[in-house]
Structure formats: structure tokens, C-alpha cells
Design a protein around this ligand. Structure first.
Ligand SMILES: Nc1nc2c(c(=O)[nH]1)N[C@H]1C(S)=C(S)[C@@H](COP(=O)(O)O)O[C@H]1N2
Ligand SMILES: [Mo]
Length: 235
């Protein structure tokens, strides 16, 4: 395929996703709560860029960055790193390191809310938008969720109306440095509008799904939806 034709296809896929999920996205709690005069978002501090109080209910701000894992931190050299994106899509792909770095890179600063009640604010990240990866694989009309898998055996599910938000990234850089191994380097996902367990560290596969399915913590009693400003921690 010509490069132009390829780009056209990606733009088209992105427009299609936007049309399909725009309305659903606008109705998600981390955007909509409080705006309809109902369900006021809970928390404290000045409002963030989405109109939510900076510190969600029950959270304490820390300047340290605690490490949470399953007792195992995989070591993936860049020449061995691969990301598979497949499932309910028209164009499954496998990216190697250079393929990933050749995609549009965005810088963004966002907050990180862990369900164990600490929040780290204003982390500068560099990475690739989930939305751009989704446009590359062109999800089928039937896709509603993704399961994200880590090299450590972890898995977590995210609905597409959450995953496609512009601040959901697959990051390789944090605080101006390559993402440290203990925080999920070479690449992890971040979901600033949801509790941080929804972002898989050491990400190796994104599987598009035709229906919701639980990941590691969701099967063990964590919330399916994980909305920080609703104190939505456990199910
Ligand atoms: N692959 C993988 N991703 C993961 C986890 C994990 O154990 N394995 N822990 C999750 C949890 S519970 C949290 S709070 C954050 C912690 O990220 P951090 O260790 O960088 O603070 O990563 C999430 N992503
Ligand atoms: Mo967590």
C-alpha cells in the first residue's frame, strides 16, 4: 500500500472511532459527573483539566512513586520487545521497538491515582496515544473493550470509551527519563482518569474484545470501572 493510502486509512479509522465513541466518552464519569447537577465528583483541590477536583476522595498526594507489582519485574531488552494488537480488529499488528518509536509521539503531563490511596500529581510522560494505536488496527464495529496484558502475566480490562480518551497513552518516558523497569519499562499504559491498575506495566498485548471480560484484579474484587472521583475501588 502507498504511504498516502495508508495514512488515509488511519485517518478514516480514527474518524470512525471518534463518531462511534464521542457521545459515550462525553458521558463517562470522569468528564460528565457534576455537569448535569447530579452525582457530584468527590475530592478536593482545584479542578483538573476535565473539571474534576485534583485529588480524588480518599487519596493522599505523595511525591514518592511507590512500586506495585505481582512480585516479579520482567526484564525486556528493547531488541526483544514486541507489542501485539489483535482480537476484534480488521488489521492486527505486531510492533517492534522502532515501529513503536516511529509512531506519532506525544508529551503530556497527568496524574496517577493508585487504589491503595496514594496519588502522584503532574507526571510528565512521553509516548503514543492509545487512540492512534486503535486507528492503526481499525477495530471492528463489534469491539467494545480491550484486555491489556503485561509480560509478567498481568491483565486488565478497559472499555473503549475510556481507552480512547486523549490522555490514555502507552508511555516509554517519565520525568524526562526512560521509564524505569520497576514502573513498567520499556512501555506501560497509563489511564489518568481511572485508578492506575487499569494501566498495564510491561505491556505486551492489547486484545480488542466484543464484550467485557475481567482482568487480574477485576477477578479478585477490584471494581470493573475504577472511577477515582466516585471512590469506585471494589466491586
Ligand atoms: N503488568 C502489570 N501492570 C500493573 C501492575 C502489575 O502488577 N503488573 N500493577 C498495577 C497496579 S495495582 C498499580 S497501582 C500500578 C502501579 O504502577 P507503579 O508500580 O508504577 O506505581 O500499575 C498497575 N499495572
Ligand atoms: Mo494498585
Amino acid at each position: 500500500m502507498e504511504a498516502n493510502e495508508k495514512l488515509d486509512k488511519i485517518v478514516e479509522a480514527r474518524m470512525k472511532l471518534k463518531r462511534r465513541f464521542e457521545e459515550k466518552m462525553a458521558q463517562t464519569p470522569s468528564v460528565a459527573d457534576g455537569s448535569d447537577g447530579q452525582s457530584k465528583p468527590r475530592g478536593s483541590g482545584p479542578t483538573n483539566r476535565h473539571g474534576m477536583p485534583t485529588v480524588p476522595v480518599g487519596q493522599t498526594v505523595t511525591t514518592k512513586w511507590p512500586v506495585l507489582d505481582l512480585g516479579y519485574q520482567p526484564n525486556i531488552p528493547l531488541d526483544k520487545w514486541q507489542l501485539n494488537i489483535d482480537g476484534e480488529v480488521n488489521n492486527p499488528i505486531r510492533l517492534k521497538w522502532q515501529d513503536f518509536m516511529d509512531l506519532p509521539q506525544v508529551e503530556d503531563t497527568s496524574d496517577f491515582h493508585c487504589v491503595t490511596t496514594w496519588s502522584r500529581l503532574n507526571i510528565p510522560w512521553v509516548g503514543v496515544r492509545f487512540m492512534d494505536l486503535a486507528a492503526l488496527v481499525d477495530p471492528k464495529e463489534t469491539a467494545t473493550h480491550v484486555m491489556c496484558y503485561g509480560y509478567d502475566g498481568y491483565a486488565t480490562n478497559v472499555s473503549l470509551e475510556e481507552a480512547l480518551k486523549p490522555d490514555v497513552l502507552l508511555v516509554h518516558t517519565a520525568d524526562g527519563q526512560p521509564l524505569p523497569r520497576e514502573h513498567g519499562g520499556p512501555v506501560r499504559m497509563i489511564t489518568p482518569q481511572l485508578y492506575a491498575w487499569k494501566g498495564s506495566k510491561w505491556i505486551k498485548r492489547i486484545e480488542f474484545l466484543p464484550k467485557n471480560q475481567f482482568g487480574f484484579w477485576e477477578e479478585r474484587g477490584y471494581s470493573n470501572t475504577a472511577y477515582p472521583w466516585r471512590n469506585d475501588r471494589y466491586s
